[in-house]
Design a binder for this molecule. Structure first.
Ligand code: NCN
Ligand code: DMD
Length: 357
């Protein structure tokens, strides 16, 4: 269903030679070098003869164009079980806040230069604003400990919506996407998905989300255990996991990542909920991982274990546990720095510096 090319290793040696020709000790730009290598493999991945030629002459440039961050918002039936500090009304209130430019993600995006889309993937009551894109799959999901969260028709519609959104960004020249989410109760959803995908008990995936009490944490774990037991025979593939345990925003996050990789966009993954969607995207098509950068390790218990399972290294560890795409947004200047050194740094020969490699 998704046609995602794995990145080519064809030019790796030439790309490494360019990185190593720069005026620095070998490897001294650390993770920036890994990012440059990843992006170069994505952008020079064709068997194109001219790309190979340009690489040989170190004339090729990496590009970052129209960086775009999309926040998907959704509401969750499970929020009624007392698994969050907030009620579902706060999802709509925060979407309204984003629409008016008042969220943390708005402030950070203005500072760093992300363009923002706010997508209503299915919150209780829609927000009337031209700033909010209607991709609603329903009013709210069913409580996952009582029922399948949604129908397979809703999952499919979410995939279609997300793909159309990404196709539009691509047609406008965007080659770097980040995603965030907003949805009271969605750390319960992400913990349940993590448990289903990794085959570990809820106790290993549950965390405090927005900051619930020790007592509420026990309740939250029970709810996840009930959901896993209720759907245990159906948690066999990503779309079934999304149907049984998902959220409307998690469905669209998963599909958006897959669609972005089809277009060879770099995908910046945010915290716990976005990483749960990334797990499902990778289960759907393992090649998507080549296009992903994991921006940060969230303060949410379980995220570190999830990242270890994914075998990825996050760029930042700032104790953020807000969501909204805030961690992903912060990765932009780091990615820009990787592109700048690759494109603009002098080589030892250009700068007449003794080659120390
Ligand atoms: O991204 C994260 O790692 C993260 C960790 C904890 C909480 N959140 C945000 O908090 C909300 C979910 O928390 P909760 O307690 O309602 O499940 C949702 O709107 C997320 O954006 C996000
Ligand atoms: C106020 C608030 C802001 C948020 N942003 C993302 N998740 C959130 C949850 C709450 C409760």
């Amino acid at each position: 269903m998704f046609n995602i090319e794995s990145v080519s290793e064809q030019h790796s040696e030439k790309i490494q030679a360019i990185i190593d020709s720069k005026t620095k000790p070998l490897g001294a730009l650390g993770e920036l070098e890994s990012l440059a290598m990843q992006l170069a493999k994505i952008q020079f991945s064709t068997a194109d003869y001219s790309a190979a030629n340009a690489l040989a002459k170190s004339a090729v440039k990496l590009t970052l164009t129209a960086p775009h961050l999309t926040i998907f918002a959704g509401d969750h039936g499970v929020a009624r079980a007392g698994v969050s500090i907030a009620s579902s009304d706060v999802t709509r209130q925060m979407v309204n806040n984003f629409a008016r430019g008042g969220g943390a993600i708005n402030a950070i995006s203005r500072q760093l230069g992300w363009r923002l889309s706010i997508v209503d993937a299915g919150i209780l009551e829609p927000v009337v604003s031209t700033q909010v894109k209607d991709q609603r799959l329903g009013k709210t999901t069913h409580a996952i400990n009582q029922h399948e969260a949604m129908s397979s028709t809703q999952v499919d519609l979410g995939f279609a919506f997300a793909k159309a959104h990404i196709d539009e960004l691509h047609s406008k020249g965007c080659n770097l996407v980040a995603f965030g989410e907003m949805g009271i109760g969605n750390t319960t959803i992400a913990s349940a998905i993590m448990a289903a995908v990794m085959g570990v008990p809820a106790a290993e995936t549950v965390g405090r989300g927005t900051g619930i009490s020790a007592q509420a944490l026990i309740k939250k774990q029970q709810v996840i255990e009930q959901a896993l037991a209720l759907h245990q025979d159906k948690l066999t593939d990503p779309k079934s996991i999304l149907r049984c345990l998902g959220g409307f925003e998690v469905v669209q996050l998963t599909a958006a990542m897959l669609a972005a990789a089809e277009h060879k966009m770099l995908i910046v993954v945010d915290g716990f909920i976005c990483s749960a969607a990334a797990m499902l995207a990778i289960q759907t098509n393992a090649n998507v991982k080549d296009y992903m950068v994991f921006a940060h390790c969230s303060g949410e218990q379980g995220h570190e274990k999830m990242l270890q399972w994914l075998d990825v290294k996050p760029l930042l560890n700032l104790g953020l546990r807000l969501g909204e795409g805030t961690g992903a947004a912060l990765a932009l200047p780091i990615i820009q720095a990787a592109v700048s050194f690759f494109n603009d740094m002098a080589s030892f020969s250009d700068a007449e510096v003794t080659n120390v490699t």
